[in-house]
Design a protein around this ligand. Structure first.
Ligand code: JBH
Length: 245
């Protein structure tokens, strides 16, 4: 997968080259190119934003700069080739979910446009949508200063799903949310720590009982912390033992 990120803070994307993602890049599983938006300014101040029409606080990112940047970064899409998907993180976007991470993992190319909080001139999105799929995506209902942190989160969620990126592919299959529930508590050695023992069932070797215990803890945690996820489960997702909980 090829990933391009356009930002006024290229340094913010440095973590993409660390650890698991760094190894995936070294292994050629993903390629990441980070582009400084100011490359496409032509004024001495390298201005990338301006005051909003209609007034109001903050600044809006200028369409000319973004238009030239996306034209250059996306380039000419060879005829017959699918264009990349453009992902624009914004608090006004569709909530990013694990299902979307799987969708994006199937793409051969993703381009990320990092806007500042007040956003990018809407005409950039409208123009881009005439020649490639554009998703405006939010990673949560809180206010960040710009899209860079959202890009780090989305790229990590997507890249770990790509074949060969995770050492143990089973991890991705047993993700939280993969069965619609939150993962329950996890334990490792020592058996007792600060007077707290690991639940006996986990050391019993009884795999049926262990699976039941884990499912019960996941259901309890989901009901307590994310009742919305429980309500969204298809009726067939809960078996009789689940309902007895
Ligand atoms: O993903 C969003 N969540 C919250 N705030 C944001 C600010 C700028 C870009 C993207 C986001």
């Amino acid at each position: 997968m090829r990933i391009d990120v356009v930002t006024i803070f290229p340094g913010y994307l440095a973590p993409l080259r660390e650890a698991l993602l760094g190894r995936a890049i070294d292994a050629g599983l993903i390629s990441v190119a980070v582009h400084d938006l100011r490359t496409w300014t032509h004024d001495v101040h390298q201005a990338v934003d301006d005051a909003p029409y209609g007034g109001g606080p903050g600044m809006v990112m200028r369409p000319q700069v973004w238009g030239e940047a996306l034209d250059a970064v996306v380039g000419d899409v060879p005829s017959g080739e699918a264009p990349p998907r453009l992902i624009v993180p914004t608090p006004a976007g569709r909530p990013f979910t694990q299902a979307m991470a799987h969708e994006y993992a199937a793409e051969s190319r993703l381009v990320f446009a990092c806007g500042r909080y007040e956003g990018i001139d809407q005409r950039v999105i409208d123009d881009a949508a005439t020649w490639m799929p554009v998703d405006e995506v939010s990673i949560g209902d809180y206010v960040l200063v710009g899209g860079e942190v959202a890009v780090l989160a989305i790229v990590e969620a997507v890249a770990r799903l790509l074949p060969g990126v995770l050492g143990n592919p089973a991890s991705a299959e047993q993700d939280s949310f993969s069965d619609g529930l939150l993962e329950g508590p996890a334990y490792t050695r020592p058996e007792t720590w600060r007077g707290r023992a690991v639940p006996d069932v986990l050391r019993s070797g009884n795999h049926g009982a262990i699976a039941r215990w884990r499912r019960d803890r996941a259901l309890e945690r989901t009901a307590a912390r994310r009742p919305d996820l429980l309500a969204a489960l298809p009726p067939t997702a809960l078996d009789r033992a689940d309902r007895a909980l």
